[in-house]
Design a protein around this ligand. Structure first.
Ligand code: FAD
Length: 363
């Protein structure tokens, strides 16, 4: 008998299986399109634990603990030689283009203990002479890192080694307050003791099966991978939600757009133009580059912008994890660890109580 059935093979689903295996559980994973075939396979991979949120929000603490979980995962993978970890610490510099931004950044960098440092324009260009001379300076954030999100998701899946079903879940069979089985498009009914739904931006469907009124929206983003002449960039640079970093593949990755395009994941000419415009703004002389690849994918966004994580209300063996938004790769491993522990009843559900789907109305 399968202990845990997980729906969705992105970073949340793969992490859930990985941690469930560590707890000795037998898992099955159902994935419609392939492991890491959506956002978890095409994300930028930046791990930035700073979160601006309401004072009562648990998100800043979740982000901080998520960052630590990635570090821990990295040492586990390295020390046990469990596949290669792609985690690397990488400073990130937010560029200030006007006095308002410069003032904000300087105010944040008042105390060295935060890992934030204000760089004057001269210091910024000493570090990276290719940044545009229009930059007034930058906020250097040392507490940040990067991973290859595709490789990480696939590694976690391979190490967990669940029974993989390449199929789509279309409905749930409920008996009183428990799931009895999941019905697939190909007509199978999958049984298990507990069920985790990690369906990314398609999670509204799962929530509707349980009568939870929560619209998880897809927010499309596009990235360009460029071959650029000259030495690699040693830091990651950002401006207004756009990032630029040389990745281990030797290419400069730059993006990311934010578009409301429903579930359309195709790269567009408009997306490419927008990103090239960002490149032209960031670099003094961006003339020499070649577009090697353009990708697009969808971030899952909850109505209040926070994670939807925990027990499904009214169903004793169903759990959900979604809403990672722009930081879903950062949050993914900790979400998976928490879901595995909840589903296998090694943890009570009050740990991240404000993030549970209970905050949404039942229909
Ligand atoms: C352009 C871009 C850049 C990003 N950059 C970063 C970044 O730098 N740092 C960061 O932390 N985050 C980043 N993100 C966000 C991050 O990629 C996502 O938040 C995260 O990957 C979501 O993971 P997930 O497992 O929830 O969903 P997904 O990766 O979307 O996986 C969900 C899976 O569920 C499957 N599925 C859905 N419904 C069913 C069903 N009924 N039956 C079977 N399978 C089903 C889907 O096929 C899919 O494979 C970025 C996102 C985008 C779009």
């Amino acid at each position: 008998m399968t202990d845990l059935v997980v729906v969705g093979g992105g970073i949340v689903g793969a992490s859930t299986c990985y941690y469930a295996k560590q707890l000795g559980a037998k898992c099955a994973l159902i994935e419609r399109d392939g492991i890491a075939s959506h956002a978890s396979g095409y994300a930028f991979g930046g791990l930035h634990p700073r979160v601006v949120a309401k004072t009562e929000s648990e998100m800043p603490r979740f982000a901080f603990e998520s960052f630590r979980e990635h570090e821990e995962l990295h040492s586990q993978l390295e020390s046990a030689r469990l596949g290669s970890s792609t985690w690397r610490r990488r400073s990130s510099i937010s560029i200030a283009w006007n006095e308002f931004e410069a003032g904000l950044f300087k105010a944040q960098a008042v105390d060295d203990s935060t890992g934030l440092k204000w760089l004057e324009a001269r210091e910024l260009r000493e570090l990276e002479p290719r940044i545009s001379s229009e930059a007034l300076g930058g906020l250097m954030i040392s507490n940040s890192a990067e991973v290859d999100s595709s490789a990480l998701t696939k590694t976690l899946f391979e190490l967990a080694d669940p029974d993989l079903h390449l199929d789509e879940i279309v409905s749930v069979e409920l008996v009183y307050d428990r799931i009895n089985g999941l019905r697939t498009k190909q007509g199978t009914v999958l049984k298990g003791d507990a069920f985790v739904f990690s369906m990314g931006p398609w999670s509204s469907e799962a929530l509707s099966w349980f009568g939870v009124d929560c619209n998880i929206k897809p927010l499309k983003g596009q990235i360009l991978r460029l071959r650029v002449d000259g030495p690699v960039f040693q830091q990651s640079f950002s401006t207004n939600g756009n990032y630029m970093s040389t990745k281990p593949d030797g290419l400069l990755w730059i993006g990311t757009t934010e578009e409301d395009a429903e579930f359309d994941e195709s790269p567009t000419i408009e997306g490419r133009r927008e990103i090239i415009h960002v490149l032209e703004r960031m670099l003094a002389d961006p003339a020499i580059f070649e577009v090697i690849q353009q990708t697009a994918c969808l971030r899952p966004i909850a109505p209040d912008g926070e994670l939807v994580l925990g027990c499904v209300p009214g169903v004793s063996n169903a759990f959900i994890g979604t809403g990672g938004g722009r930081k879903g790769i950062l949050y993914g491993p900790l979400m998976g660890k928490y879901l595995a522990n909840l589903a296998l009843a090694t943890l009570s559900s009050d740990r991240w109580s404000s993030l549970t789907p209970e905050r949404f109305e039942k229909t």
